[in-house]
Design a binder for this molecule. Structure first.
Ligand SMILES: NC(=O)c1ccc[n+]([C@@H]2O[C@H](COP(=O)([O-])OP(=O)(O)OC[C@H]3O[C@@H](n4cnc5c(N)ncnc54)[C@H](OP(=O)(O)O)[C@@H]3O)[C@@H](O)[C@H]2O)c1
Length: 321
């Protein structure tokens, strides 16, 4: 990648996209192209095509997607599969036809089978049934990976598909209906600390194991991998270790400084029992994460405190909703 390459970051207002923009700027890339969702709806094929015809980005990071936690995935199954299929198909297709030289697709660790051997390796893709609570989203992401692979095979399209573990960090979504587990926990402990709720209710049994990657580390890996232009296919991006949800909860509790009552609501779904990525392919290329979970939580909570008036999904609470 050259510092003057025209680089399009799709989804630059989101958790991952904003971190990728920050990282690109730090690395000296100065020709970034961005469009908000309002300016360019990527589910509209004609609009995406017109954008690529005009801008012809040499490098594309696809971090735009309809994203959410277990509840949102389950409730809005149709929206999740349709929007993600449309967004990725339009962007990959236009990029290929308008000469994009390097393409980075963001998938997710939920593409792997529910009972995949742990830690999950890239070759476990398509070897078993998916976790039902997010299968619509996962099927769309698998289609994106396979579209990149098929385009590489037929057209020589130079794409790499990143499978990050659970991301968290500044600009996360703190809406309890939509949020992933970590920002949801942070908000719950914060509100309990302020006395807005009498106790913290944690979803599920607390036993599932999850891996958490600080979003600035994901962005660092995404730019690093974009620069390795001879590396393609599928690659896991994670920290290589996991914690139970109960352990995560106690770390978040300590970060927020809450010492009141809490309980688990076992009627809520747990999801996949364990999701730990094997990151040996990425390690062999010479990349490793820098941020510990404790440090990442501290930075995320600091950001939340500084932005709680307009953190995504938190505004309604402040407005009395
Ligand atoms: N968060 C995680 O834990 C995690 C884990 C693994 C992988 N990933 C992957 O990382 C990628 C980004 O996730 P994220 O957590 O950064 O999501 P996010 O914070 O929700 O950001 C998504 C971005 O996509 C934009 N967007 C959504 N629909 C769009 C459309 N139709 N047209 C144009 N823009 C649209 C959003 O804009 P608006 O907000 O304005 O709609 C936002 O900028 C996804 O592919 C996801 O699968 C995320």
């Amino acid at each position: 990648m050259n510092e003057s390459d025209r680089i399009y970051v799709a989804g630059h207002t989101g958790l991952a996209g904003s971190a990728i923009c920050r990282r690109l700027a730090t690395r000296g890339y100065r020709n970034l192209v961005t469009r908000t969702h309002g300016e360019l709806d990527l589910s509209q094929q004609a609009a995406v095509e017109a954008f690529f015809r005009e801008q012809r980005p040499q490098v594309v990071f696809l971090a735009a997607a309809r994203v959410g936690g277990i509840h949102a995935n389950d409730t809005y199954a149709g929206d999740f599969i349709r929007d993600n299929l449309l967004i990725q198909t339009h962007v990959i297709d236009s990029a290929q036809r308008h000469g994009t030289r390097r393409f980075v697709f963001l998938g997710s660790s939920c593409v792997y089978p529910r009972l995949a051997p742990q830690p999950m390796r890239e070759e476990h893709l398509l070897t078993g049934p998916l976790e039902p609570t997010n299968e619509w989203y996962a099927v769309a992401k698998i289609a994106g990976i396979q579209t990149c692979r098929a385009f590489a095979r037929q057209y020589g399209f130079n794409a790499i598909s990143l499978m990050p573990s659970n991301l968290y960090g500044p600009r996360d979504n703190f809406d309890l209906e939509n949020a992933h587990v970590l920002p949801a926990l942070m908000r719950k402990y914060h509100e309990a600390k302020l006395g807005l709720v009498p106790e913290v209710v944690l979803w599920g049994s607390g036993r599932p194991r999850r891996e958490f990657l600080y979003v600035d580390d994901l962005a660092d890996a995404a730019v690093f991998l974009a620069e390795q232009e001879s590396v393609g296919g599928l690659i896991n991006v994670g920290v290589g270790s996991d914690v139970t949800i109960a352990e995560l909860a106690s770390l978040v509790r300590r970060t927020v400084g809450y010492d009141g009552p809490e309980r688990f609501d076992a009627a809520r779904p747990d999801g996949t029992p364990q999701k730990l990525l094997d990151t040996s392919r990425l390690s062999a290329l010479g990349w490793k994460p820098r941020t510990t979970l404790e440090e990442g939580l501290r930075q995320t909570y600091q950001w939340f405190l500084g932005h709680s008036g307009h953190a995504r999904g938190y505004e309604s609470r402040r407005a009395g909703g």
